[in-house]
Write a protein of this length. Structure first.
Length: 612
C-alpha cells in the first residue's frame, strides 16, 4: 500500500510504503506514523508565509497595574512573573517565545488571610535549583506593612507551592531598622551565586535612618543568614529592586533609588566592599530593573507608564538589551522594525511603530482599528514607554519617508492587510513590489480617515516571485500620511467573482487585476518594458469613453510629465513615454510613478524604473 504525501513543493513530496502481509498492528503503527508526519509538513509549508505585525518587546496586562517582575527562560519559552494589582495581591504569569507575543497565564501565587504575607506580594525572582525544579523569591508583606523574603517552589513554572514561613529579613538586633509589627523595609530579594555560596541582597534601612543594601548568605538557597549591610547610603533614600551582575572581575549593581527617577548603576572591584554612590550613573528612565543573562547577552527589562486616553496610566514592562562600553552599561534600544524593514528615505518611519491608540490620548475619537499593541502611522510620534516621542505626540503630515520590507518569496494565494490614512495614491501608499523587475503588483492608499479597513490581494498569479512590501509617505498635504498594520500572507484562495460570497468583501480600491470586462472598470496595466531605457509603453483599459491623462511623478511626489491623449473610446489603449519631463529634458535613472486619470478622477497608480 502506498501513501503519497503531496505538498505544494515537489521536493517535499514523500511516499510511505506499508508492505502487504504484515500484521494489522504493524499497519496501524505505520498509518499512525504517517498521520503524525502530515502536520509536520503542513507546519513547514505554513512557516514560509510572511506576517508583518509590527509588535514590540512590551508586555501589558490591560486593566492591571504591573510592576516589579522576574524573567526566566525554560525550553525556549520566556516566563514573566510580576507584581499584579494595587495592592499586589498575587503574582502574575505570562509566557512568550520572543518577548513580543505573550500568552496570559493564570496567576501563580496569591495572598491568603491569616498567613505571614497576608497584605501584598512583590518583586518575584525565579531561578533553577539545579535539581530540575525552580525556586521563586518574593517579598511578602503582612497587615502591619512589615516586609520579608519568602520562597515558593515549582516543578513546571505553572504550579507553585509556598513555604508557610518567611526565610529572611534584615537583622534588627545588629544593624537594621526592622520590626514585625510596623512598616519595615525588607523587600525586593535578589539571589545570585558567587564562589560556591548563594548571596541575597535586599532593600533595607539602618538604625540611623540611612538607606542600605542588606546582605545574606546561604549554602542551599533555602536557609539564609544575615551578614550585615553590603552598602550603606549617605541619605535616608533606600535602594530598591536591586540587581547584581559580575562581569570581567567587576561587580555592577542596578537599582531604583527612592526619590530619584530612573534606573541607577554603580560598580565596584569587589563584591564585599568598595561600593561608591559617586560612581553612579542613570542608565534608563524605567523603574524596577531586571538584568537577566541569556545566550551571552543581558536582557534589560523594567516597568514604565503609558498614558491612557482618559489621562490615567497603564503600566508596561519593556524589554531591551544591555550592552557594554568597557565597564559602562548602556541600554540598547534598536529600531523595532530593523529585523524585517529598511529605511530607504526620510524620517517619517524612524519613530515607528506607534503604540496603542495614541490618537485617543490627544482626544481623537476615531477607532483606528489596529491589531495588537503597535502599528504603523507616519503621522504619529510615540513608540511606546521609554521610546521615541511621548504619549499623544505626532510628527504631522509634513513628515515624509519610506520603508521597505525584507525580500520574500510568494508561496500563498492571498495577502490581507489593514490600511488607513489619506487618499493620495501616488504619495501615500503600501505596495507589493517585484524585487527583480520593480513591477508594482498591488498598491493601497487610505480613504481620508485614520480608521484602517482590511484590504485583500490575490497572489495566485504571482506565486514563486521574489517581492517586498514598500510603505511610502511622500505627501505634505492635509491628511498626507499612511496607516498600516497586520500584513498577512495566506493559503486561502480569494473568490473575486462578485456574485455573493467572498467576492463582495475582497476589493482593490486602487488597482484591479482580474479582467476588465468582468469588472467593467477602468484599469491601468504594468508598463513594458520595466525597467526601461529609453522608452516604455503604458497600457490602460476604459469601459466607456472618457478624457484621459497619464501623469508621471518622481519619488518626492513632484509631477514631472503629463501626457494627454484626450478623449478616447472604450477599450484598450497605449501611450509611449520617452523618460523626459514636460520641457523635453531627459530624466535621471530612478524610480518613477505613473497615474491614470479619467475625466479628472484618479483611477490607479503604478511604479516603474528608468535605468540608464
Amino acid at each position: 500500500i502506498f501513501f503519497i504525501l503531496y505538498t505544494r513543493s515537489p521536493a517535499m513530496t514523500r511516499t510511505l510504503t506499508i508492505p502487504l502481509g504484515k500484521p494489522v498492528a504493524t499497519m496501524r503503527r505505520m498509518i499512525k506514523a504517517f498521520m503524525l508526519v502530515i502536520p509536520m509538513f503542513a507546519a513547514v509549508e505554513a512557516s514560509a508565509l510572511v506576517k508583518f505585525d509590527f509588535e514590540q518587546k512590551f508586555f501589558v496586562e490591560f486593566g492591571q497595574i504591573i510592576k516589579d517582575h522576574g524573567l526566566i527562560r525554560a525550553d525556549g519559552v520566556y516566563h514573566l512573573f510580576y507584581l499584579r494589582g494595587d495592592p499586589a495581591v498575587n503574582i502574575g504569569h505570562a509566557t512568550s517565545p520572543d518577548l513580543i507575543h505573550w500568552t496570559q497565564e493564570d496567576p501563580v501565587l496569591s495572598i491568603q488571610p491569616g498567613t505571614w504575607d497576608d497584605q501584598a506580594m512583590w518583586a518575584p525572582q525565579v531561578l533553577p535549583t539545579g535539581r530540575g525544579d525552580y525556586i521563586m523569591y518574593y517579598t511578602g508583606v503582612n497587615l502591619a506593612a512589615s516586609q520579608q523574603a519568602g520562597i515558593a517552589l515549582s516543578a513546571d513554572l505553572y504550579n507553585w507551592i509556598k513555604l508557610p514561613w518567611p526565610v529572611y529579613h534584615p537583622d534588627p538586633l545588629t544593624w537594621a531598622e526592622w520590626s514585625l509589627t510596623a512598616f519595615s523595609h525588607g523587600r525586593d530579594p535578589y539571589v545570585f551565586e558567587y564562589q560556591g555560596s548563594f548571596y541575597m541582597i535586599n532593600t533595607a534601612k539602618t538604625w540611623f535612618n540611612k538607606g542600605a543594601v542588606a546582605f545574606a548568605i546561604s549554602p542551599d538557597m533555602l536557609n539564609w543568614t544575615d551578614i550585615g549591610p553590603l552598602y550603606v547610603h549617605d541619605t535616608w533614600h533606600v535602594l530598591e529592586s536591586l540587581q547584581c551582575v559580575e562581569r570581567n572581575d567587576k561587580f555592577h549593581m542596578f537599582f531604583t533609588e527612592e526619590t530619584i527617577a530612573g534606573t541607577s548603576h554603580m560598580a565596584s572591584d569587589s563584591l564585599f566592599n568598595g561600593w561608591d554612590i559617586g560612581t553612579r550613573s542613570i542608565i534608563d528612565f524605567g523603574h524596577a530593573p531586571e538584568v537577566t543573562p541569556f545566550d551571552g547577552n543581558y536582557v534589560f527589562s523594567r516597568h514604565a507608564a503609558h498614558q491612557w486616553g482618559d489621562g490615567s496610566n497603564q503600566f508596561v514592562i519593556r524589554f531591551d538589551t544591555l550592552i557594554w562600553f568597557g565597564d559602562d552599561p548602556v541600554v540598547y534600544k534598536p529600531w523595532p522594525l530593523a529585523a524585517d524593514w529598511n529605511t530607504t528615505s526620510g524620517f517619517a518611519f524612524i519613530t515607528q511603530p506607534t503604540f496603542l491608540n495614541n490618537p485617543a490620548v490627544r482626544g481623537d475619537s476615531v477607532d483606528v482599528g489596529f491589531e495588537g499593541m503597535s502599528w504603523i502611522s507616519s503621522f504619529e510620534n510615540y513608540g511606546g514607554p521609554l521610546g521615541p516621542g511621548s504619549s499623544g505626540s505626532f510628527l504631522g503630515d509634513g513628515a515624509v519617508g519610506s520603508i521597505q520590507s525584507r525580500t520574500f518569496t510568494i508561496v500563498g494565494h492571498s495577502m490581507n492587510l489593514l490600511v488607513g490614512g489619506g487618499d493620495y495614491p501616488a504619495d501615500c501608499y503600501v505596495a507589493l513590489v517585484d524585487t527583480n523587475t520593480q513591477e508594482v503588483l498591488f498598491t493601497e492608499t487610505g480613504r481620508n480617515t485614520d480608521a484602517m479597513d482590511r484590504r485583500y490581494w490575490d497572489l495566485t498569479p504571482y506565486r514563486g516571485r521574489d517581492v517586498y512590501i514598500e510603505i511610502m509617505d511622500n505627501s505634505v498635504a492635509p491628511f498626507g500620511h499612511i496607516n498600516v498594520d497586520d500584513i498577512q500572507e495566506s493559503f486561502e484562495r480569494l473568490d473575486t467573482g462578485g456574485s455573493g460570497g467572498k467576492g463582495d468583501r475582497f476589493t482593490w480600491p486602487m488597482m484591479q487585476f482580474n479582467t476588465p470586462a468582468a469588472r467593467g472598470e477602468a484599469e491601468l496595466f504594468p508598463n513594458s518594458p520595466n525597467p526601461f531605457n529609453p522608452v516604455t509603453d503604458v497600457s490602460y483599459y476604459l469601459p466607456a469613453a472618457g478624457r484621459v491623462a497619464i501623469e508621471f511623478f518622481d519619488v518626492r511626489g513632484k509631477r514631472v510629465r503629463r501626457l494627454e491623449p484626450g478623449r478616447e473610446g472604450p477599450g484598450m489603449h497605449t501611450v509611449r513615454w520617452n523618460g523626459t519631463n514636460d520641457r523635453a529634458e531627459p530624466l535621471s535613472s530612478g524610480i518613477y510613478f505613473y497615474r491614470l486619470v479619467v475625466d479628472g478622477r484618479n483611477i490607479a497608480t503604478r511604479k516603474m524604473m528608468l535605468l540608464k
